[in-house]
Design a protein around this ligand. Sequence first.
Ligand code: C2O
Ligand code: CU
Length: 508
Amino acid sequence: GLALSGAMAHRPASTGNQLRSAVPLPEPYTVPLPIPPVLEPSGTSKGSDRYDITQRQVSAEILPGIRTGLWTYDGTFPGPTIESRRGRPVTVAHRNELPVPTVVHLHGGRTPAASDGYPTDLVLPQSWPAPTAHHDQHDDGAHAMPDPRAVISRITREYTFPMDQRAAMLWYHDHRMDFTAPAIWRGLAGMHIIRDDTEDALDLPRGERELPLMIADRSFASDGSLAYPSLDPALRERPGVRAPYAAGVLGDVILVNGAPWPIHEVVTSRYRLRLLNASNARHYELQAVTDDGRRLDLVQIGADQGLLAAPVTHTTVPIAPAERYDVVVDFAGLPAGSRVRLINRLGTGRTREVMAFRIARRARESTHIPARLADDLPTWRRSEATAVRDFVFRAGQMQHGRGWVIGGRAFDPARTDIRTRLGAVEVWRFVADVHHPVHLHLVGFRVLSRGGRAPLPHDAGLKDTISLRPGESAEIITRFDGYRGRYLFHCHNAEHEDMGMMANIEIT
Ligand code: C2O
Ligand code: CU
């Protein structure tokens, strides 16, 4: 059930699956870029840190002069950034003061299954009725399939992350079964940066010259809220008919770190942009364009799971939902007062604009992009693989109407789709009907091929999400190491995910 109730009159209008905001929008590049606060530990013991986050509703000013009700991690959207060190475990205690059950997943984390945020491991709010053995009562009255393995908590839950993984930018977000898309849309997303000695040894831009950038599109209803469109259940029952939002919900306002088309002052030097696409369904092809129409190089130094072996220079960076690209852009030589816009080549009108940088003054350069970045990337070979599996990602039938399926089946928490052994190397082959960003929990993977050919330049490095384009096939290779237990893989178009496009991996 994707439906969330909301008064009809308050809903933003839409054309197809693109919503249209019902409030006045600011001119692009007038609102300053916010940087989410870095969370202070609430406790530190010799080997680990503890953080406390309260999930709560707040009213915030996202659009100038307009109040927007949000679901937040600790009162902000994005939620606070957590910064941790490789090898130093972190416990995050989440307290649910929202009106709905929640589940927290650390995307990209090498996390034991009990803390991975399985979609039925709900944290119930104070007043929520206890789920019975046979159903879990949802806010729209829909019933999830029973999951005998679910571990349900009330009000609080501690998630423990060993942080035994490479430096990388991860993100945390809601992962509740059937309701991930509306929960993220309403604000439940934050960044989590892991640092390590390998990265510290490089002279990469840091401090004010390292910018975590969460890009997400949203639309605003007439009351300022981030209204989420309901699905018309009648539409979903008719064979062959898909509701307009089944393709994924697109907003008409591009937010970066929660601000609409923001602008940020920079100096004439290199900046490290840690790009995250936290949109439910929107894809971007990002370019950095100067006032005189010149495209600046975006030098990619890292992927979803950390540093590349060597930098890769792009002029366009494609970024699908949930992907991260770590790029360096150099503002050297640009005149003070001029602007560099980060644009989305796939957008039209205002959705083509993302954010801008204004060159404030000249500065000395102290950074350096080495020709070799990291030498610890896994190099699994096809010959090591003990299984080769095929998965078709396409539209299909789920329990209650049309949705999205993997290998012909919609998500069922009670079914094990893939069983593998701890330590097994496997090759997975994907085929997609339309655009599907495919994400595996627990492991990072390498892209082996795309469309039967060599991977594209932006497929470099260690990834946890691969963007499959319409009609495209791809192969990845990974090793299922770390922990035993039940994990997920799914499409990260959040609407596709809620509408069935998810499956279970059991590591034994
Ligand atoms: Cu970003 Cu299964 O999640
Ligand atoms: Cu999809």
